[in-house]
Design a binder for this molecule. Structure first.
Ligand code: TRP
Length: 331
């Protein structure tokens, strides 16, 4: 039986944190088991905001090393770089002709910028480049070029996926033929929100993250900063609304959770102790990944080879699809 195709685009951004790992990386890598899984670094998407070649290079290596260290296996999945699959941009140009400008006007990211400009009494187009304006079209090309059946994304990307579906349906409708495969969004649920240092959702914009590959000493120091209440050591504590325990649950087995829960409920356990337990289990879990990451990031040639091999394969698939699309459109 043919497996369905899953596709994930990864924007090269700064250091990943625990929230990224549990919320996005781990669930996306899990799809390798049940799907013909494809993962690409969306480096041209990054160009809309970053014009520094060194930064683009650095972030690309970092994001590749992160995913490989977290368990992405390049011999079981297709791993490539968007910028090396030129067919993406050919398809993107075609899709522009099937995309209503009004649809792009409604895109959240663009609308937010326009709103900000208007709030600051600036020209509404200030800082808006056409790459940003047409971002959803390039994303649609990423997805449709590979006949993706499912696309796992966070809630913030749900609208982009709806737009992909819109654009694909409009093209198929005009030619009265299923030229493009309509993808199914796999929207990650809220339950995967990871608690940050201050108890809010872990997010770079809240400055409350725990970076994934922090060296042990720094990791411990950060964990000691997690916000708790001011109960004394003797007092009985409630695990369920405790930020430390919420994080502990992500790493611990049921049995381990039960044991720590008992310590909370028995009293006589201070916050320092709970945090130390969290540090130990977190450190133990991330250690193998951290070691792998540190080796990978020093082996750029190895990463280059993986991305090149993957991109060559991706191009073969993309070229076939482009030929099919162009033929049907009269080119
Ligand atoms: N827009 C996505 C993000 O910001 C990244 C992305 C680009 C993507 N192209 C994609 C995700 C295609 C899924 C499929 O996270």
């Amino acid at each position: 039986m043919n497996k369905g195709i899953s596709l994930t685009g990864i924007k090269p951004t700064g250091t990943p944190h625990i929230g990224n790992y549990f919320g996005a990386i781990k669930p996306a890598i899990k799809l390798t088991k049940d799907y013909d899984a494809r993962y690409f670094i969306a480096d041209y998407h990054a160009l809309n905001s970053t014009k520094d070649p060194k930064k683009i290079k650095k972030m690309t290596y970092e994001v590749a090393a992160t995913w490989l260290a977290c368990g992405l296996e390049p011999d079981k999945a297709l791993v490539y770089k968007q910028s090396q699959v030129a067919e993406t941009f050919e398809l993107s140009t075609i899709l522009l002709a099937f995309t209503a400008k009004g649809l792009m006007n409604r895109a959240h990211a663009y609308k937010a910028l326009v709103q900000k400009n208007s709030d600051l009494k600036r020209d509404i187009d200030d800082g808006v480049n056409m790459g940003l304006f047409t971002y959803p079209v390039l994303m649609a090309a990423d997805i449709l070029l590979f006949d993706s059946d499912v696309v796992p994304v966070g809630k913030d990307q749900a609208q982009h996926l709806e737009m992909t579906i819109d654009i694909a349906q409009s093209l198929n409708h005009i030619y009265n033929k299923d030229i493009l495969t309509i993808p199914k969004p796999l929207i990650r649920k809220k339950t995967q929100n990871v608690t940050g240092l201050d108890g809010r959702k872990m997010s770079k914009s809240y400055n409350n993250t725990i970076p994934l590959f922090l060296p042990p000493k720094k990791l411990r120091k950060l964990i000691m900063k997690i916000v708790t209440n001011s109960q004394s050591i003797e007092e009985v504590k409630s695990p369920d609304d405790c930020n430390v325990f919420k994080l502990y649950k992500l790493f611990a087995s049921e049995q381990q959770q039960e044991k720590l829960r008992e310590k909370y409920l028995a009293g006589g356990m201070g916050w320092g102790h709970a945090k130390q337990e969290l540090f130990e289990i977190m450190n133990e879990t991330v250690e193998p990944m951290r070691e792998k990451y540190n080796i990978l990031i020093e082996n750029k040639k190895y990463i280059d080879d993986i991305l090149e091999t993957g991109s060559n394969k991706a191009r073969e698939i993309a070229a076939k699809k482009m030929e099919y699309i162009k033929k049907n459109l009269g080119f």
